[in-house]
Design a protein. Structure first.
Length: 95
């Protein structure tokens, strides 16, 4: 018999999956928009490729710090739960 606590746990896990899927999808969309803007600026000559490379190298420093933070926080996510994975996939597709 499934208890009320187990149902609440499943619902919270599913909602977390949905929200993280939505977040991932939005981050990818913003990244693609930024990439399109950079390509257009390079094409019209307002930005040089060397400037973009230098900016990406600087961004790499912050990305490594963010990666170490995410590795620490990943342990609190129930990513091995099938309910979380279903929520994540729905969030990515429908988000």
């Amino acid at each position: 018999m499934i208890t009320e606590t187990q149902i609440i746990s499943l619902v919270v896990t599913f909602i977390l999956g949905l929200l993280i899927g939505l977040l991932i999808k939005k981050i990818i969309q913003v990244g693609l928009i930024i990439l399109a803007i950079i390509i257009i600026l390079i094409a019209i000559g307002a930005l040089s490729p060397s400037t973009v490379i230098h900016g990406l190298e600087g961004l790499g420093v912050y990305a490594s710090k963010a990666e170490s933070f995410v590795k620490g926080e990943l342990s609190i996510l129930p990513y091995n739960s099938i309910v979380f994975i279903i929520g994540l996939i729905i969030g990515l597709i429908k988000g």
